[in-house]
Write a protein that binds this ligand. Structure first.
Ligand code: SAM
Length: 287
């Protein structure tokens, strides 16, 4: 069954009376080469547990099931869960589909219950666009037992994830993704690879979860500083940081001790500079 063929996909949708739900970000992948690139980037073997968010009609799921040990899928649309019985479950015994909202289910529990001791899971998914950023943030911040994420996202979000300090796309998402992972763009994908075609192009991003943060600062305070620095983009760093509830003098002292010019803007700071600033703004928390 080649679900990457638009004709096959359309026939299955007709059989189940399905119409793609725009509000659920249902843009189904219909390009076999893109599927190949995702599978290659995931680097799966028979010991792997894969978490797929939004299996849709199972196009990617079937490929994952053929390469990984076990695939756990979370799909919000009940009608698709029914169709997945035919397109995936009838043929593959190593796939489990959970009907639910990926933003709400207890991912930690679901993964730890299924992982062998000492192993970590991989997330491989063509994500629904309307929740990409909060979902990726959740996957990273909850410190789930994950080794790697290979996800399809809007191209503009992919650029934000990998862009370096000082570039136009650099922001709080870039800092978070680069703090938790080593991220790179695997493949840029045209909107023509989907049915129906979305209004934007996409990209596949691969994120290798770091065993340790790359900089020395308590994550909680580090992200408070990052949030304040990007919270008021048009303000200088010195002004923006007063949102942390610290005095102007304390901000000036911390900036000076960290060797950072307060007239700079948050979008020019590297992760190391954010960490130095955090250590100087919150020295007590480190004791
Ligand atoms: N994996 C399929 C493919 O590549 O063709 C479908 C990908 S489609 C971009 C996104 C999928 O995520 C849809 O099946 C949609 O119903 C599902 N979805 C949307 N919101 C969701 C949520 N909150 N939790 C779980 N799945 C969701």
């Amino acid at each position: 069954m080649d679900l990457a063929s638009p004709a096959v996909l359309k026939a299955i949708m007709a059989r189940y009376g399905l119409r793609p739900q725009h509000r659920l970000g249902q843009n189904f992948l219909v390009d076999g080469r893109v599927l190949d690139a995702i599978i290659a980037a995931a680097g799966l073997d028979s010991g792997d547990l894969v978490l797929e968010i939004g299996p849709g009609l199972g196009t990617l799921t079937r490929r994952l099931a053929a390469s990984a040990g076990r695939v756990l899928c979370i799909e919000l649309d009940r009608a698709l869960v029914t169709a997945l019985q035919e397109t995936v479950l009838a043929e593959f015994g190593n796939v489990e589909i959970i009907h639910g909202d990926a933003n709400r289910v207890d991912l930690h529990k679901l993964l730890t219950e299924r992982l062998s001791p000492g192993r970590k899971a991989k997330v491989v998914a063509n994500l629904p666009y309307y929740i990409t950023t909060p979902l990726v943030m959740r996957l990273l911040e909850e410190r789930l037992p994950l080794q790697r994420l290979v996800v399809m996202v809007q191209r503009e979000v992919a650029d934000r994830m990998v862009s370096p300090p000082g570039s136009k796309a650099y922001g709080a998402l870039s800092v978070a993704v680069q703090y938790y992972t080593e991220a790179s763009i695997v493949k840029r994908v045209s909107r023509a690879a989907f049915l129906p075609q979305p209004d934007v192009d996409s990209a596949v991003v691969r994120m290798e979860v770091r065993p340790e943060p790359p900089v020395d600062a308590s994550p909680e305070e580090f992200f408070r500083v990052v949030k304040a620095a990007f919270g008021q983009r048009r303000k200088s760093l010195a002004n923006a940081l007063t949102a942390l509830g610290v005095t102007k003098d304390a901000v000036q002292e911390a900036l000076q001790a960290a060797g950072i010019d307060g007239n700079r803007r948050g979008e020019s700071l590297s992760l190391e500079e954010f960490a130095a600033l955090t250590r100087n703004l919150f020295p007590v928390a480190r004791a």
